[in-house]
Design a binder for this molecule. Structure first.
Ligand SMILES: Cc1ncc(COP(=O)(O)O)c(C=O)c1O
Length: 406
C-alpha cells in the first residue's frame, strides 16, 4: 500500500476532499486509468473493480467497442438538443424499443431523471386514460427502495439519512413492505396509477423478492388497470444473467426504467421505455431535458443495445454466477452471516464481529480489491460482466481472507 500522507494518491485524495461537498465517503483511492475489470491509481497500484460503478460499468472499463463508438461520434456531432433531430436518434430509440419489446422510448440522462419521468408519465396516464380525479393519483412503492436522489424520490424513501432535512416532500406515494404481495394488493385503490418497484433492490443490499412476487405484481396491476413500472436501472441490462431482472419471472412491466449500464460507463444515458398507449400521453412542452437523447449518448447507447442483443453478456453473468454463489456460500459461518446472489450480483452480510462493511472494504482495498458497503454491514459485489474467471476467483479469495480475519 502507498503511504496516504506522501503518495500521490494520498495528496490527490486530500485535495479532492478539501474542495468538495462531503456527500460521499469514498475509499481513499485516486484512479487514473482503467481497463476491463482493473483500475490503476495515480501511483500505479492496480485494483480489481468489484463494484463496476454500481452496475454502470457492466461492460467493464473502456470496452473497445464503446470507446470506438464514442471517439467516432465525438468527431461528428455531440449535441443538438431535442429542438432538432440528429442522425443517431432514430437508431437508438428503435433498437432500445426492440430490446424491450415496446413501442416508444424517452431518453434522459441520469437514473433519477428516468424515475421522475416514469412518475410523471404514470400520473398523466392516470388522469387522461384511467380517469383518476385531478391531483388524486397514487403510486405504490416498496420499503427499502432506492430510486435516486431528487426531493420527490427521497420523499418516498424510508432511509432517514437520505430524507432528513430535505422536506417538505411530494404527496402521492404509498409505501408497502417489499416482497409482500398481499400488502401491495391491499394498497391498490381506484386512484392508484402505478406500482414502482425495483425487481431486485440493489442499494438495499441486493434484496431478492420471494419467487412469484413480480408475477403477482404484474397480475395485480393488469387486474386493476395500474401501470407496473420496473426500475431496472441497477438490476437490468445483463447484471442478473438475463437482459432484465423481470425476465427471471417471465414478467414484462408496462414501463421499463433504465439507466447506468445504458451509457456503457462512458456517458450518462437513461430512458423509460413503454408502449404507445402509455408514453403517448406526453405532448410537446410537457417534459424534456436539454441533454436527454444527445447524439453522443445515443451513439454509445446504440452500441450498448447491440452488445446486449447478442446475449453474450447475459450468458457470461449467468455462467460466472455459479462460482460467485458457491464461493460466497462457503463463507457463510466464516465471517459472513448471509449472502444473496442473482447473476453476477451479490449482497454479502458481514458478521459484525469481523467489522463494519466499510472496514471490510478498507481491508479489501489494502489487498487490491475495490468494493462498496451499503447499509453498514452489507457489501454489494457487482463485478464488470467481462471479468475473467481467474480474476473473480482471486477477488473472492481476498474477501474470504478478510472475513476470516487474515
Ligand atoms: C434502482 C435505482 N434507481 C435509480 C437510481 C438513480 O440513478 P442515478 O444515480 O443515475 O440518478 C439508482 C442508483 O443507484 C438505482 O440503483
Amino acid at each position: 500500500m502507498t503511504d496516504p500522507a506522501t503518495s500521490t494518491s494520498g495528496v490527490e485524495f486530500g485535495r479532492a476532499e478539501a474542495r468538495t461537498a462531503h456527500n460521499y465517503h469514498p475509499l481513499p483511492v485516486v484512479v487514473a486509468h482503467a481497463e476491463g475489470a482493473w483500475m490503476t491509481d495515480v501511483d500505479g497500484s492496480r485494483f480489481l473493480d468489484l463494484l463496476a460503478g454500481y452496475s454502470a460499468l457492466n461492460f467493464g472499463h473502456s470496452h473497445p467497442r464503446l470507446i470506438e463508438t464514442a471517439h467516432a461520434q465525438l468527431d461528428k456531432l455531440t449535441l443538438t438538443s431535442r429542438a432538432f433531430v440528429h442522425d443517431q436518434f432514430a437508431d437508438f430509440t428503435a433498437k432500445l424499443g426492440d430490446l424491450c419489446g415496446k413501442d416508444l422510448v424517452l431518453p434522459m440522462n441520469t437514473g433519477a431523471e428516468a424515475v421522475e419521468t416514469a412518475i410523471k408519465v404514470a400520473r398523466k396516464w392516470g388522469y387522461q386514460v384511467k380517469g383518476v380525479p385531478a391531483d388524486q393519483a397514487k403510486i405504490i412503492v416498496a420499503s427499502g427502495n432506492f430510486h435516486g436522489r431528487t426531493t420527490t424520490i427521497v420523499g418516498f424513501s424510508d432511509d432517514e439519512e437520505a430524507r432528513a432535512d430535505f422536506g417538505p416532500f411530494a404527496p402521492g406515494f404509498t409505501s408497502v413492505p417489499y416482497g409482500d404481495l398481499e400488502a401491495l394488493e391491499a394498497a391498490i385503490d381506484p386512484t392508484t396509477v402505478a406500482v414502482l418497484i425495483e425487481p431486485i433492490q440493489g442499494e438495499g443490499g441486493v434484496v431478492i423478492p420471494p419467487k412469484g412476487y413480480l408475477r403477482g405484481i404484474r397480475e395485480a396491476c393488469t387486474r386493476s388497470n395500474v401501470l407496473f413500472a420496473a426500475d431496472e436501472i441497477q438490476a437490468g441490462l445483463g447484471r442478473t444473467g438475463t437482459t432484465f431482472a423481470c425476465d427471471h419471472e417471465g414478467v414484462v412491466p408496462d414501463i421499463y426504467v433504465l439507466g447506468k449500464a445504458l451509457g456503457g460507463g462512458v456517458v450518462p444515458v437513461s430512458a423509460i421505455v413503454a408502449d404507445r398507449d402509455v408514453l403517448g400521453v406526453l405532448k410537446p412542452g410537457q417534459h424534456g431535458s436539454t441533454f436527454g437523447g444527445n447524439a453522443l449518448a445515443c451513439a454509445v447507447g446504440s452500441t450498448v443495445v447491440d452488445m446486449l442483443a447478442t446475449g453474450d453478456f447475459q450468458r457470461r453473468a449467468a455462467e460466472l454466477s455459479t462460482m460467485l454463489r458457491e464461493r460466497l456460500e462457503a463463507m457463510v459461518g466464516h465471517g459472513v452471516l448471509a449472502v444473496r446472489v442473482r447473476g453476477l450480483w451479490a449482497g454479502v452480510d458481514i458478521d459484525p464481529s469481523v467489522g463494519s462493511g466499510r472496514e471490510v472494504c478498507e481491508k479489501l482495498m489494502a489487498r487490491g480489491v475495490l468494493a462498496k458497503d451499503t447499509h453498514g454491514s452489507t457489501i454489494r459485489l457487482a463485478p464488470p460482466l467481462v471479468i475473467s474467471e481467474e480474476d473473480l476467483a482471486w477477488g473472492l479469495d481476498q474477501l474470504a481472507a478478510v472475513v476470516a480475519g487474515d
